[in-house]
Design a binder for this molecule. Sequence first.
Ligand code: UD1
Length: 340
Amino acid sequence: MKAKILVTGGLGFIGSHTVVALQERGFEVVIIDDLSNSSLDVLGGITKITKTTPEFEHLDLRNKEKVAEFFVKYPDINGIIHFAASKAVGESVENPLLYYENNLNTLIYLLQHLREQKNPRFIFSSSCTVYGQADELPITESAPIKKAESPYGNTKQIGEEIIQDTCKAHPEFQAISLRYFNPIGSHPSAHIGELPIGTPQNLVPFITQTAIGKRKELAVFGNDYPTPDGTCIRDYIHVMDLAQAHVVALERLFGKREGPNYEVFNLGTGKGNSVLEVIQAFEKVSGEKLPYRIAARREGDVVAAYADTTKANEELGWRAQYSLEEALDSAWKWQQRIGR
Ligand code: UD1
């Protein structure tokens, strides 16, 4: 029998790529998505790649009754990968209650239902944002959790704590939090990719939209940071690598017999690149000249963050395979496919 996995937010950027990876590995997938930051077209994109249409339920996870009905309809879920969440940092500062409701109530409802199952397995989308500006680089999983810079970041910290407490109280639970660094890129087929709604807040979609002429120029947020070229450093990881890591983490939960029932892993490449390096790499792979100007620093940005990936390498047996250039090339192909 194939294991059936619930992927919440499965039509989103990381979710959709993970659904493809799960199907290619033989898992059956049921997607829940409220389409607030995604589109039904993504289902078609997934089907084009895997020749299999995942089951799909259009559902807002804040609706507790609907969530209960879902689990009555699908009593045979063998694990949950929970992507569904709001992720705009600025918006979370303006509307914190929305973020706490969207990102925490939904998590609690899912865990409550999972508890009733025989083998509760759960994977949580966390973020390197939990480390804030780490004192030491690269960042290991044991680096202290800093006070969150935003309600969004706080939902990731509290989310992890909720799962950790649940695992402590219920030893039959098996859960993993994956702390993503900066996910970029798209499926090489360009059938699925990142679909930011409105003006992109993240660097790479802003770059590709500028290159295609949808935006006038990129503002580089600060070049007076204490880094070699003065711009911030991040660990940009191809979404294909990230998707693969979810499959590996899930298989770990299926195979687990001993050891802690809650674990945390960094998912990054282990390599830091500055904003200017990303621009240069993009220009190289696309052959386009990118219009940009240096602007003021953005509030809340940390100077540098990149992962120590030793734990994921050794314990998950996973390692990022794609280069920055390959990730940017795929992001550019996707942008060219969807146009302006
Ligand atoms: C941001 C969030 C992080 C969240 C992640 C989710 C902040 C402080 N952090 O990560 O909590 O998990 O998004 O997607 O918001 N940059 C520019 N010009 C732009 C856009 C970005 O110069 O138009 C720079 C930024 O200053 C930063 C780098 O590019 O140095 C990456 O920015 P971004 O893609 O927004 O990711 P993070 O800020 O690392």
